[in-house]
Design a protein around this ligand. Structure first.
Ligand SMILES: C[S@@+](CC[C@H](N)C(=O)[O-])C[C@H]1O[C@@H](n2cnc3c(N)ncnc32)[C@H](O)[C@@H]1O
Length: 520
């Protein structure tokens, strides 16, 4: 039984606090443990969401308590039952906002309240698994979010919802800290992003080169944690708390801001990011060198050209500013409808920044990732109308993304690179959340994306008489290998999730391609 697998120990040191280690040699892809959420619910700053299915709602409230629910079925959802009783008893109703698509701070109390109510109903699990969790209370007290939580959560629950006789303010702030430091972002059944606390998974320490990967099952939000690479007994199990394809400055700032530590993993310590060059710039003053951080573990350190004769230097502040400006441009492009314009403006942006960034810089890579997906899929650029040169371009783009993922997320994590993007970027608005969901599927499909141009190119060259049938058979082996790997990795996903569905499509395409090869 999957539930019985428990191939880890809990260790502790000064750097990580508690962390997980492998208690035996574990093979890549092997299940290490599963976990059930202690509680789950809306993320901070969510727009009004149904408290049963987490889809955006407008003007639709639970008949009993007056909080957002899209219908009677969702109002009766088990996850909503306990808070429904609290709100109904205190006669505290959700105040309908003017704009139902804007973030609703009223919902910030829901997930903390669910944790508090779960503590009452399961005190043993709270004492053994939740109470020891890191909360960074001292650091949080110095942040504006502490005051916001004091108003939106502590005062609201204890006074307005009349829970002061059941919980005290220190406990409510502890719960807010548990969520801030330990919750992971997960896709809800409706596809929208929510947060959940998994007590076992939360013990895993972070690395920007993770060796574990997690999958969320849609029916009960169980998490399955697997090895992304082979792991030796005693080695730490590392999760990536941030976006693996972001540059070092962005990752480290995010981890300090949201998880209260400076990452010093081998990738952060290497100016070239393990040869991936996700942070590297081209030098505008000479043709020889590239610009790298002089000390990537010092976020204020200067950046310098690697050519000794050039010696061009710039500040980390200038670098942050450049990243923010170009990231804003990339975000705007991400909001475009998929179509010819989405391809052409991205290609124009790549051209604009060609002389500024290394071709594998994270910002260019995110444009290339989107292009690898758009070529062959949008009107005017359908796969069977792409000229050979654009088929080559699609294949080149997909290979670049896969090579970057091989360097920083080795093993099967590459398919899940968007799995842990807690608090990252653009996901506040419902339509952008949908985009984010498409992004997730897009990511998982990179190997699938590579197989298509390789297959079409081989067939096109065979039809033109440029290669023999024997050569055609040989050339089709690579797209077959891409589909086989995509299908193997995605077969571990929940079959109802976008990744699981993509896996089934990859398996069907594999069978069709194999059959057409056999008939040659
Ligand atoms: C989700 S918790 C992990 C469990 C935690 N160590 C505990 O004892 O409850 C995240 C916290 O663990 C610590 N941590 C995790 N990974 C780390 C790393 N790579 N370097 C330094 N601290 C880390 C930080 O304090 C961080 O805020």
């Amino acid at each position: 039984m999957a539930q019985d697998v428990c191939s880890y120990d809990v260790a502790r040191n000064d750097k990580y606090g508690r962390y997980l280690t492998a208690n035996k040699d574990i093979e890549s892809g092997e299940l290490i443990f599963t976990d059930k959420p202690f509680a789950y619910g809306p993320k901070p700053d969510s727009p009004p969401l149904c408290l049963g299915c987490y889809c955006p709602v407008a003007e639709s409230l639970c008949a009993r308590c007056g909080w957002p629910a899209c219908g009677a079925e969702c109002a009766a959802a088990p996850a909503h039952a306990a808070e429904c009783a609290v709100f109904a008893r205190a006669r505290v109703r959700f105040q309908p906002p003017d704009d139902w698509t804007a973030s609703a701070p009223q919902l910030d109390c829901i997930t903390p309240l669910r944790l508090l109510l779960a503590k009452e109903s399961n005190p043993e699990r709270w004492a053994s698994e939740l109470a020891p969790m890191e909360t960074h209370t001292t650091e949080r007290q110095a942040r504006p979010t502490w005051t916001a939580d004091q108003v939106n959560v502590v005062t609201f629950l204890l006074e307005h919802c009349r829970l002061g006789d059941r919980f005290d303010k220190e406990l409510v702030q502890q719960v807010c800290g548990i969520l801030e430091v330990n919750a992971v972002e997960i896709p809800s059944r409706g596809g929208f992003s929510i947060r959940a606390v998994y007590p076992r998974l939360a013990i895993a320490a972070h690395s920007c080169v993770p060796n574990i990967v997690h999958t969320i099952l849609q029916d009960d939000y169980q998490v399955q944690v697997r090895a992304a690479t082979s792991i030796k007994a005693g080695q730490p199990l590392h999760l990536c708390y941030t976006h693996v394809l972001s540059p070092t400055l962005t990752r480290r700032d995010f981890l300090l801001e949201s998880k209260f530590f400076w990452c010093d993993c081998p990738r952060c310590a290497d100016p070239t990011e393990l040869g991936s060059h996700l942070s590297t710039l081209k030098c505008s003053k000479c043709d020889n060198g590239v610009i790298l951080a002089t000390n990537p573990l010092d976020s204020e350190a200067a950046w310098q050209c690697t050519d000794k004769n050039c010696g061009f230097k710039t500040s980390s502040a200038a670098m942050r500013k450049l990243l923010a400006v170009v990231q804003a441009e990339v975000d705007q492009l991400d909001a475009l409808e998929p179509g010819a314009q989405a391809i052409e403006t991205r290609e124009a942006t790549l051209k604009k920044y060609k002389s500024v960034f290394h071709p594998r810089h994270a910002l260019l890579l995110s444009l290339k990732l989107a292009l690898a997906q758009l070529y062959g899929r949008v009107a005017g650029y359908g796969i069977d109308e792409l000229p050979d040169l654009l088929l080559e371009r699609k294949a080149e783009l997909a290979r670049l993304v896969l090579a970057a993922l091989d360097a920083v997320a080795p093993g099967d994590t590459r398919m899940r690179a968007y799995g842990r993007v807690a608090g990252y970027g653009i996901d506040e608005l419902p339509d952008l959340l949908l985009e984010r969901k498409a992004e997730l599927a897009r990511y998982s499909m990179m190997l699938y994306e590579l197989h298509a141009p390789l297959m079409f190119l081989a067939r096109s060259e065979f039809s033109a008489g440029l290669i023999t049938q024997e050569k055609l058979k040989e050339r089709l082996q690579e797209p077959i290998a891409c589909l086989a790997e995509a299908s193997k990795i995605l077969s571990r996903e929940d079959p109802q999730s976008p990744e699981g569905i993509t896996g089934q499509i990859a398996q069907q395409s594999l069978e069709q391609l194999q059959a057409s090869l056999d008939s040659l």
